[in-house]
Write a protein of this length. Structure first.
Length: 66
């Protein structure tokens, strides 16, 4: 019984991650994003000297932070 519940929980978690990925892809299509949008898309906010902040997304792209 525990194994079945564990598998159900894992499947639900993966479904949530896939939904978050779709939201992240929509956020990445805009030219600029906020820090909150960056972290919600699974990205990391990085400072660039004399260039401000950018969001490094998991797919290897970067977006400007507004």
């Amino acid at each position: 019984m525990r194994r079945i519940l564990g598998l159900a929980l894992a499947a639900a978690t993966l479904a949530g991650i896939n939904a978050l990925g779709a939201v992240g892809a929509a956020a990445a299509s805009s030219p600029n994003m906020t820090r909150d949008e960056c972290t919600a898309a699974g990205g990391q906010v990085t400072a660039r000297p004399y260039a401000g902040y950018v969001c490094a997304l998991p797919d290897g792209t970067t977006q400007s932070i507004t």
